[in-house]
Write a protein that binds this ligand. Structure first.
Ligand code: FE
Length: 239
């Protein structure tokens, strides 16, 4: 059994080599890609103990005894297929910097404070309508040494695992109106303006919690014309 899906339009994904993104200079495929048909063996894989995913992993502000510093936000949306149908019970994972722009990760040497009450990782399963929801804090911008005075715009990394390793989508969500976006080679490496703009979340009054947290909506499309662009292939480290 194999399936074919509608093609992803050119310009949706960044090319393997993008001169302004230094990380792509050495780390990119040297040979043409091989298309592997998605047969049953590609579409089935390891199953995680999803039953154990609960609130501590969807609310990143309640993973420690104290409250993290920063602006609380709600990030939610739907995972959809090429026809706009919800993708249910799929694993959505996020990771992000803290409010000061620092990751809790050993290779992050940014001279900004760690927050003892913020780890920056969460995961959940989409519900029967393909929806996910996280409560977290607004991540800070951080320098990344790609070039002189290089700063990453505020962003949250997303992984949608799908049924197997080869179906995994890794991408980044940005925030509307971020003045750093036009200067970010990671964001700019996606050729199509329209596809690139799909990585920017929208302010969402429906999910905004009065007196508590502003809501942002970010829908993820796995295939077809509206496909959510993937991370630059060669991006490594806390980028
Ligand atoms: Fe990052």
């Amino acid at each position: 059994m194999s399936r074919s899906y509608p093609p992803v339009p050119p310009g949706t994904h960044s090319s393997d080599y993008f001169e302004p993104n230094r990380g792509t200079h050495l780390r990119h495929p040297k040979h043409p890609r091989i298309v592997v048909p998605q047969t049953l063996s590609e579409l089935t894989g390891p199953v995680y103990p999803y039953l154990f995913i609960g609130q501590p992993e969807t609310d990143l502000t309640r993973q420690h005894s104290g409250q993290p510093i920063g602006e609380r936000i709600v990030v939610s949306g739907s995972v959809l297929d090429e026809d706009g149908r919800p993708v249910t019970k799929t694993l959505v994972e996020i990771w992000q910097a803290n409010a000061a722009g620092r990751y809790r990760h050993q290779v992050d040497l940014h001279d900004a404070p760690l927050d003892p009450n913020f780890t920056g990782c969460g995961r959940t399963l989409t519900d029967a309508e393909g929806r996910y929801r996280f409560v977290t804090i607004m991540p800070g911008a951080y320098p990344w040494r790609n070039h002189h005075n290089a700063w990453r715009p505020a962003h949250i990394h997303f992984s949608v695992f799908g049924p197997a390793f080869c179906t995994r989508l890794v991408t980044q969500m940005y925030f509307p109106g971020d003045p750093l976006l036009p200067y970010d080679p990671m964001y700019l490496s996606i050729p199509s303006d329209e596809a690139r703009s799909r990585l920017i979340s929208v302010l969402d009054w429906e999910t905004t919690i009065p007196d508590t947290a502003v809501g942002y909506r970010f829908d993820i499309v796995l295939r077809g014309r509206e496909r959510t662009p993937a991370d630059p292939k060669s991006a490594g480290g806390p980028a």
